[in-house]
Write a protein that binds this ligand. Structure first.
Ligand code: G6P
Length: 595
């Protein structure tokens, strides 16, 4: 969701910004733009559509300064004028913004009523305020900080002063922003991706920071709080490799990432097992001490991992666990126990709804643990402890390997704090082997997708863990194939939803649990009798010859990680059949940085 790049240094800003924007495409966007120095004047190029359009309208320029943006519309339609960068009223300042300025309308009316606005965006108000206060104070730093003190909401900003081409300014509150540092200059980015080619180190920014970068003779950087006091900062090493973010021989990132799942599970085993013994950070031990209930907070696919994890923590570790969707929890906080532990699951570590909950639960004084794929993310940095899921960069918007990796790590956690008869290391390696087998037979799923996905809707059913897999399977299908799909508790279908079943409605059942497999089979017969076209994904020992996908037996706790894979492939092939953009589905963003 909205990507930002800023570049100041001896590298070619046009290349850094355009490549950076391409690397941020995965976050989701609908327009793109940039500002570069052209014949001693900062010039803006922008349009709706993909970065490749922007590349085609950007002339060949050698610029040492540049800012760029991919916009995911929140305020104002998807139009060229609403795309970023935006000018201030007299074009003294140009900026790009990610986030939402909640009081933009009030600020327009109270302080900027004398001016005409060119766009419908909240971001433009920030540019105008900066120039308005610059005209009063005659100091850019003061003007930006004054603006920061007035705006409510979230922002990551990169700002150019058109009268000083050797300075670049960045400001951050709630929305993610990092500054890459190299001997050649600075690159600002919404995440680490745009930094990779030039920087080996970066500075994560705290909320309420203003960064002033300069290249007058020597390179210089200083970070201030809103009051103007200089802040200390730490340089962190960048550990992501550019080779991890390529598509290789794959047509789509999603298929590559589905294929990588077995190796991700093997990596997790090697990271967390030392001589067959589970090893976790002391900080993780500490947050669990004396806790009487776990509250898992997450969104989307991560919330689906949370539902399975509830079973892990309750069944294996005996800790009562609740799962809440972050966007609901923040405003409808339930009654809490005396000693809760908050576990945040987030592949990006940036989801604004989850971040808002973390701020709230920290204010309430409760310990927090984040399970994430991005060690440098806001949630990882700000919670008391974090556990890495080691999935490697996930570029496709539809999350696949991060889901399986989160489940593996959550199962490890439950086993670490509880007791189970299973040999976890062995079961996880077995699961990795079975994942490879399923992936090697992906053509079977491709064929099934053609047979099954012929309608505008589809249902997935299951009980227990299989119900949670059904929910995730449905989410995958709707995200990328745009088929209206729902995951249901198999027994609940007859209490209303069965009315939707008609001739050839696709219904897929997931059957991995011995105790309840026959009940799910009965529910399947109920829909078959009403004309549904059915498909069964079952565990070998519970299978019937007519089942379409049969998976080798694994421990029921590990089953969700394996059984989801044919569902991910079904969604993938479903999207191909529809001719959709698999990796960048319409309207969706990978990193949802607004509430
Ligand atoms: C977005 C993504 C989903 C993801 C959800 C939560 O909606 O498109 O794939 O599951 O955010 O993201 P998180 O990074 O917190 O797991």
């Amino acid at each position: 969701m909205c990507g930002i790049v800023g570049s100041l240094g001896s590298f070619n800003a046009k290349e850094v910004v355009l490549k950076g924007l391409e690397r941020l495409e995965y976050r989701g966007y609908d327009s793109a733009g940039l500002a570069l120095l052209q014949e001693n004047k900062i010039t803006v190029f922008k349009d709706t559509g993909r970065v490749k359009n922007l590349i085609s309208i950007t002339p060949e320029v050698e610029s040492h300064i540049g800012i760029g943006h991919t916009r995911w519309a929140t305020h104002g339609k998807v139009t060229q004028s609403n795309s970023h960068p935006h000018y201030s009223m007299n074009e003294r300042f140009i900026l790009v913004h990610n986030g939402v300025i909640e009081n933009s309308r009030e600020l327009k009316e109270s302080r900027l009523s004398a001016y005409n606005f060119r766009t419908e965006t909240d971001s433009e108000v920030v540019a105008y305020l900066i120039e308005y206060y610059f005209n009063k104070y005659n100091n850019v730093n003061d003007a930006i900080r004054k603006t920061m003190s007035l705006i409510d909401g979230s922002y990551a900003l990169v700002i150019i002063d058109t009268e000083d081409h050797h300075k670049l300014y960045a400001a951050k509150n709630k929305s993610p922003l990092l500054v890459g540092v190299s001997a050649e200059g600075y690159i600002v980015g919404s995440d680490i991706m745009p930094l990779l080619d030039h920087c080996k180190q970066f500075i994560p920014l705290e909320d309420g920071s203003l960064v002033e970068m300069g290249m007058n003779g020597d390179f210089s950087i200083a970070i201030y709080d809103v009051i103007g006091k200089e802040r200390d900062y730490e340089l962190h090493d960048i550990v992501v490799n550019t080779s991890d973010i390529g598509k290789g021989a794959y047509e789509h990132y999603m298929l590559k990432e589905i294929d990588e799942q077995a190796s991700v599970v093997r990596r997790i085993i090697s990271e967390y097992f030392k001589d067959d013994k589970l090893v976790l950070d002391d900080k993780v031990q500490k947050v669990f001490d004396g806790r009487d209930r776990i509250y898992i907070l997450a969104a989307g696919t991560s919330a689906h991992a949370g539902y399975v994890a509830k079973g892990y923590f309750e069944k294996i570790a005996g800790i009562p666990t609740e799962v809440h969707i972050s966007s609901e929890f923040i405003y409808n906080t339930p009654a809490l126990t005396q000693n809760p532990l908050f576990i945040y699951i987030s592949q990006s570590g940036e989801t604004a709804d989850s971040r808002a909950c973390l701020v709230k639960t920290k204010e309430m004084g409760y310990p927090s643990l984040t399970i994430t794929n991005v060690a440098t993310s806001t949630l990882a940095r700000e919670s008391d402890a974090y556990v890495d899921i080691f999935a490697g960069p996930e570029i496709a918007v539809a999350s696949t390997k991060a889901y399986v990796a989160s489940l593996s790590v959550l199962l490890i956690l439950a086993n670490y704090f509880g007791k189970s008869d299973m040999n976890l290391k062995q079961e996880l390696s077995k699961a990795a082997g079975i994942m490879d087998d399923i992936i090697n037979k992906k053509e079977v799923v491709n064929k099934l997708a053609k047979e099954m996905l012929t309608k505008r809707n589809a249902f997935f059913i299951g009980r227990g863990f299989d119900y949670y897999i059904a929910m995730e399977a449905a989410l995958k299908l709707k995200e990328i194939s745009y088929i209206q799909a729902e995951g249901f508790a198999a027994g609940e279908l007859k209490h209303g939803t069965i009315a939707l079943i008609e001739e050839d409605t696709p219904v897929s059942a997931i059957i991995t649990n011995k105790e309840i497999n026959l009940n799910t089979r009965s529910n399947l017969s109920e829909v078959e009798s009403r004309g549904a076209k059915t498909m069964v994904i079952s565990m070998k020992s519970l299978s019937r010859p007519s089942d379409q996908i049969i998976i080798d037996d694994v421990d029921p706790m590990v089953a969700p990680m394996v059984a989801i894979i044919p569902c991910q492939l079904l969604a993938y092939y479903g999207a191909i059949i529809q001719g959709n953009d698999v990796d960048k589905p319409r309207n969706l963003a990978k990193s949802v940085t607004v509430e």
